[in-house]
Design a protein around this ligand. Structure first.
Ligand code: FES
Length: 163
């Protein structure tokens, strides 16, 4: 069966004879191309990473004078404890190595409120279920005079930055 369409151009009218088969072919082709484009777009949206990577692991914590000698100051948002002994500084993790609770300061070092792990002032396990010591992180003095902590780099316990 043929479909007759009237087309006007240049002042005249011409009748175009389009077969049903050809019209169905156009509709099918347009549908296939459209679904292909939509599929490609949805695949792109699916593949594109939407992950958030949280806080940066390297950050500044302020000037050395913000940490007086003889203090241990916890920065809860950063999950570290800054230890200052004389002119030496260190950053110890406050994330419990058992199941990740935040440990608090205690008279003998650190204590975890979740399952009772205890650590000495160097982060060594002294009791409870924690499987290993609290990590120490790399700490440096930036050119602008601020202290930088890099939680991506663990250092050996007892590795202080000397000011
Ligand atoms: S999370 Fe600290 S002891 Fe379990």
């Amino acid at each position: 069966m043929a479909v007759n369409l009237k087309r006007s151009s240049g002042g005249g009218t011409a009748e175009v004879n389009v077969s049903r088969r050809r019209m169905l072919g156009w509709i099918t082709g347009t549908g296939l191309v459209g679904s292909g484009v939509l599929s490609a777009l949805s695949n792109f949206v699916f593949i594109k990473p939407r992950a958030t990577y949280g806080q940066p692991q390297r950050f500044s914590i302020g000037k050395p004078d913000d940490f007086p000698a003889g203090t241990r100051i916890t920065l809860e948002a950063r999950r570290i404890c800054v230890v200052r002994e004389g002119s030496r500084l260190a950053a110890i993790s406050t994330t419990c190595t058992h199941l990740g609770c935040i440990v608090g300061l205690s008279d003998t070092g650190f204590a975890c409120p979740c399952h009772g792990s205890r650590f000495d002032t160097d982060g060594t396990v002294t009791g409870g279920p924690a499987p290993r010591a609290l990590p120490w992180f790399k700490i440096t003095l930036a050119p602008n005079g601020e202290i930088e902590v890099d939680k991506d780099i663990e250092v050996a316990p007892g590795s202080y930055l000397t000011l």
